[in-house]
Design a protein around this ligand. Sequence first.
Ligand SMILES: [Zn+2]
Length: 255
Amino acid sequence: MFQKDSTYINYIIENFTNITPLFIDNNYVKEYCELCKVTMGFEIDTVPIPAEKKHLVLKTPQPLLLTCPVCHSFKIWIVQNIFLRGNDNIGSIQRYRIMSIPKEQPDIPEMPGKPHYLKKLYIEGVKCLEAGCPIAAAVIFKRAIHVLTRELLGATPGTLMSEFRSIINKRNKLGVVLHETFKNNPYLEKESSISDTKDSIHGHDIILFTDEDAYTLHEIFVELIVMLFVLPNSVNQAREHLLTKKSTERDQQIY
Ligand SMILES: [Zn+2]
């Protein structure tokens, strides 16, 4: 039970994940569609709050209906909006996800089974995000990205930015050419700027992970999996489909 609004707000902040970075604006949220196999803006629909009930918004979670604009599959998030005033005294609405329906069940079937811990890292990372543990999630996703860059693609160990630069535009161990460096990514720039500092050398940089870093690292990992495994797989399927079609057409001409 909560006796004060402030206790409720602190409870939400401490126990749930701030998902504000996922919102493109009030109408779209950035999400990976498991059917379309791509990250895109899901459309947001919500139930309007009558003007006389507006005071409840601050302490009543709102259901958001999120719909993929392409395949129209949907999910529901229960979100608590909290108005927070920053150090500069300028306030902003922060959104905390209380629940997802269905529960977030991380699964990208195209993800390789080897090394066996890759899938495990991804699943645990998503669970940490769900449970409101962004530092743990960020550490896990960063490790998972290194598994891809170093172990599967043969990058020279360094910061993520330097690892991406070392494997870009080259045919890598998987036979795929990556063209993406994620160069405008805020986390990669931040990591590069602290990589030689005392914090980084002593491993204290993990306490600098923000909620946004956790989502950014999650997004990079998913994008890499899509580029390395999902897209080549669909290209192969399309090629096989075309070849089968052509050979059937040839057979039909012969008979
Ligand atoms: Zn879709």
